[in-house]
Design a binder for this molecule. Structure first.
Ligand code: CA
Length: 220
C-alpha cells in the first residue's frame, strides 16, 4: 500500500513518516499544496493524509481540485483542534474522514486502515484467503494459525493482493502501489518478490494470469 503524506510541519511530518513506515506503508511526501496537488493527480495512492493548513495552496483547495479531476483515493484530513467548520468544509470538499490535531499515532493508523479497507468494500480488519489470514492491525500473517515470516516488501505485496481478492492485479499496478516515487521501479523486482512470496505460501495461492498479472486464488 502506498500513501501520500502532506504536512508542512517538519516535526509532525517526521513523526508521521516514522509511524506510517513502521506500519509497512510506502510513502510519498509533500510539504506544500502545489506539490501535493501534482502528486495526487499523477501518482496512484491507496490513501492520503492531508493537512489542511498548507503553504502555497491550502489543503481544502487541493482536495477540491483532486475531486474535480476525478481522483477518488480515500483522504483523511488533519484539522485544527476544535475547528468544527474545518471538518464540515473538508468533508464537503470530498474528505473521507478527519482527525483533529493533536492526535495519537495509533488512531491515525486505525483510521487509515479503515479507509483502505472500505475503499475495497472490506469490513473486517482480518483478511482471509483459505487458511491464510492477514491481520491489518498487527501486520501479522498466519497460515493455518502458524505465523508466516515475511519481509516488508513481501508483506506489502501480499496485503495489496489480499485487499483485492479474486481481482487480477497487473505488475504495473503493483509497482505503482508498492513503492515510493523515488524507488527504482524495475517491474522485474515484482516478479522476484512474487517468487519469494510463493515459496512461503501454499502452492497456487498466487495465480499468474497470462499477459495480465496476478490474482490471489479464491479457495473453493
Ligand atoms: Ca499545517
Amino acid at each position: 500500500m502506498k500513501l501520500l503524506l502532506v504536512e508542512d510541519d517538519p516535526t509532525l511530518r517526521s513523526q508521521l513518516r516514522t509511524g506510517l513506515e513502521e506500519a509497512g506503508y510506502a510513502l510519498d511526501e509533500a510539504d506544500n499544496g502545489r506539490d501535493a496537488q501534482h502528486l495526487g493527480e499523477t501518482e496512484a495512492f491507496d490513501a492520503v493524509v492531508l493537512d489542511l493548513g498548507l503553504p502555497v495552496v491550502d489543503g481544502l483547495t487541493v482536495l477540491k481540485r483532486w475531486r474535480e479531476a476525478g481522483r477518488t483515493m480515500p483522504v483523511l484530513i488533519l484539522t485544527a483542534r476544535d475547528s468544527w467548520h474545518e471538518k464540515v468544509a473538508g468533508i464537503d470538499a470530498g474528505a473521507d474522514d478527519y482527525l483533529a490535531k493533536p492526535f495519537h499515532m495509533e488512531e491515525l493508523l486505525a483510521r487509515v486502515r479503515a479507509l483502505i479497507r472500505r475503499a475495497q468494500g472490506l469490513a473486517s480488519p482480518l483478511l482471509k484467503c483459505g487458511e491464510l489470514t492477514l491481520d491489518t492491525r498487527s501486520s501479522r500473517v498466519t497460515l493455518d494459525g502458524q505465523p508466516v515470516t515475511l519481509t516488508s516488501h513481501e508483506f506489502r505485496l501480499l496485503a495489496y493482493l489480499m485487499h483485492r481478492p479474486g481481482s487480477v492485479v497487473s505488475r504495473t499496478e503493483l509497482t505503482e502501489h508498492l513503492y515510493a516515487q523515488d524507488f527504482d521501479r524495475d517491474s522485474n523486482t515484482i516478479e522476484v518478490f512474487i517468487g519469494r512470496l510463493r515459496r512461503k505460501l501454499p502452492a497456487d495461492t498466487i495465480e499468474t494470469v497470462r499477459g495480465m498479472g496476478y490474482r490471489l486464488a479464491t479457495p473453493p
